[in-house]
Design a binder for this molecule. Structure first.
Ligand code: PLP
Length: 289
């Protein structure tokens, strides 16, 4: 199952229609779509200036129906990496508030500037009982089209996901499973890919910084620099900062894209047939390929 499918299966196992899912703002649009696909409401949680979410922001966004937090670490689009200490705080907060952390780690193989550890390697044993991680070969191995990923989590979640896979696609096509295995066993290509992506990042970020008035942080991971510029062309007095997000690029010009400044809830109308069989505190367990 591809990472996107794994995200859907995880949320299908963890939520019932009408539950809320916390989603970082900005985030990859597929996260909100995943929540909507299982009939959950989306509560956007603003990331800080560095693209990181804090426990205070989570607390402010918590609703009585919050069931899961969907967090890409490393982040797409910001490329921010939540360091292990922060991930430990987040997973502890999740455990304390009976909220599942779905840690989307598909960019975990494309990290340039240290500090990243997979959540399973960093969080306390107890907090793993509220943790599901999702990964795949799409990014670092450039195998998006092969549609191979996996989820790892407590046994009840995995069994619910496995049941759903069995009732629908049966399994990932065998040929693509073998292709993914070959990729995972080949460390050289992955290392080369990281070097290549780092060169591309440096090239792009340097080019953006050469534009007068534009500043751009080095994304620590992933493929999407987020430049900002100070200009005085917009409404209101004085100079103001503009931040561009992926999806806000027009053909030859950059236009501003308002970042959400506060958490708000979007309720989805569509529910899908789903496996709502995970208990609230299952034991740590296994994975679905
Ligand atoms: C953060 C994140 N998670 C998951 C996915 C889904 O990956 P796939 O399309 O390979 O299933 C993407 C795709 O861009 C992504 O950016």
């Amino acid at each position: 199952l591809a990472p996107k499918h794994a995200l859907h299966l995880a949320l299908a196992a963890l939520t019932t229609p009408g539950d809320d899912v916390l989603v970082l703002q900005p985030s990859w649009p597929g996260h909100e779509a995943s929540a909507a696909s299982v009939g959950a409401g989306v509560v956007r949680v603003p990331a800080g200036a560095e693209g990181l979410v804090t426990v205070d922001a989570l607390q402010a966004a918590l609703t009585p129906r919050t069931r899961a937090l969907l967090l890409a670490n490393p982040s797409n689009p910001s490329g921010a990496v939540h360091p292990p200490a922060l991930m430990r705080q987040i997973t502890r907060w999740c455990f304390d508030h009976d909220v599942w952390l779905v840690s989307d780690e598909v960019y975990g193989g494309l990290v340039y500037d240290g500090g990243y550890r997979p959540a399973l390697e960093t969080v306390a044993q107890q907090d793993r009982s509220r943790l599901v991680t999702v990964d795949g070969v799409s990014k670092v191995h450039a195998m998006t089209g092969w549609r191979v990923g996996w989820l790892v989590g407590p046994e009840e979640v995995v069994m619910a996901a496995r049941g759903q896979v069995s009732r629908t696609i049966t399994h990932v096509p065998v040929v693509t499973q073998y292709a993914a295995l070959a990729a995972l066993r080949d460390g050289v290509t992955a290392r080369t890919a990281v070097q290549q992506h780092r060169r591309n990042r440096d090239l792009l970020v340097d080019a953006l910084r050469a534009v007068p008035g534009v500043t751009c942080r080095d994304p620590a991971a992933g493929c999407s620099p987020s430049p900002t510029s100070a200009d005085s062309s917009g409404p209101g007095p004085g100079r103001r900062r503009r931040t561009w997000r992926p999806g806000c690029w027009s053909r030859h010009t950059l236009r501003s894209c308002p970042a959400a400044s506060s958490a708000h809830r979007i309720t989805s109308g569509s529910a899908s047939p789903s496996a709502h069989s995970a208990s609230r505190r299952p034991s740590p367990g296994s994975s679905v390929p």
